[in-house]
Design a protein around this ligand. Sequence first.
Ligand code: SAH
Length: 419
Amino acid sequence: MIADCGLKNGDRLSTSEICNPKSKMLAMVEVTLLRGRERRPLAGHPWIYQGEIERIEGDPEPGERARVKDFRGRFIGMGYINPRSQITVRLLTWEEEAIDEAFLQRRIRKALEYRKRIVADTDACRLISSEGDFLPGLIVDRYGDLLVLQILTAGMERLKEVVVQLLVQLLSPKGIYERNDSPSRLLEGLEHQKGPLYGDFDRVVQIQEGGVKFWVDVAEGQKTGFFLDQRENRFALRGYAEGKEVLDGFCYSGGFALNALYAGAASAVGIDLSPAALDLAKRSAEANGLADRCTFKEANAFDELRALERTGRHFDLIILDPPAFTRGKEAVAGAIRGYKEINLRAMKLLREGGILLTCSCSYHLDAETFLGVLQSAALDAKKRLRLLELRTQARDHLVLLGVKETYYLKCAILEVMRA
Ligand code: SAH
């Protein structure tokens, strides 16, 4: 089975080596933390930064397994180490247990069981959500009978072969595609890798989400092909859409716009900078028989929102789901200006009592700050806002309370009224 998957052994360890207690994989590196630095990992946060480590015994290679102790030598947890990365250790477990194939199988099974319980009415979802599923560095998305794998760390890279084998065993997918082109791999000293790992399949597949069909390009699409994290927010939008004139400001492949139309919206305009995304949106509109009620336009949303205002056009429902305006702490001020600008414009374009569904996926901008930005935009636009729903990422993108980085998506649904 695994022989089909096109993995090259190279200098990576084989399954038997990982499972063999005598192998290098199990020759564990001992890591001792500085005094006081045990608090966060003990509270369940899996990351240990370079500056929190007092001593590393040995000279570990990126991705080797590590056993972490506090300054008194008391056991904290086990994971893997990458001396080249600022996040030097990531913990996989807080128990003294072997990190072998059986361990990975247990973790993956748990992740799959959880999705079975909470994901309904779609054939696309995130099956494994990295830290959220206690598998840091590993993302697995399902698109119909295709899986897309993303590995973000050197430690997980070493486990890739076993992970692929387990996914094949547990899910019998038609294929597995590797989307290892995330910029964060470079911080781990890993190269970008992209291509099929297992099976034979088309790179552009059709999925369905609550009755709406979408074309997804797993090779060239953004993220792993689709914004799975917005699924529950797209469903929530349906309740506000009937009979409405809709504007979807950063529409990608039409996710929100097509859901609105499916729920009875009168019309929808989608705007995006990416012609490839718009092409998928148009094809998906056709596939759902919704093409006659929507237009998709290649434009910069910042310019287009202003241009629409100049023409005096109005809408009943506006969606703003921009990309993260900041990936770092230092750029938050600029991001705030960006969010304020687009939200202010959207508020002006809405008819009295119109609905604004507005998102921020910038982790560094917390929910409270985001709501503050919306309020400040409302003041400038001379509007009052009623917060109808404050939502977050779909539940297959797990949030761990002890790991604030797992909570990134904010989605506010607001009623916009004259001040
Ligand atoms: N709501 C979508 C996902 C949107 S992702 C869904 O549910 O699938 C953000 C999108 O914004 C991307 O498609 C990106 O191409 C687009 N984008 C980025 N900057 C933009 C800009 N200045 N104007 C318009 N679109 C932009």
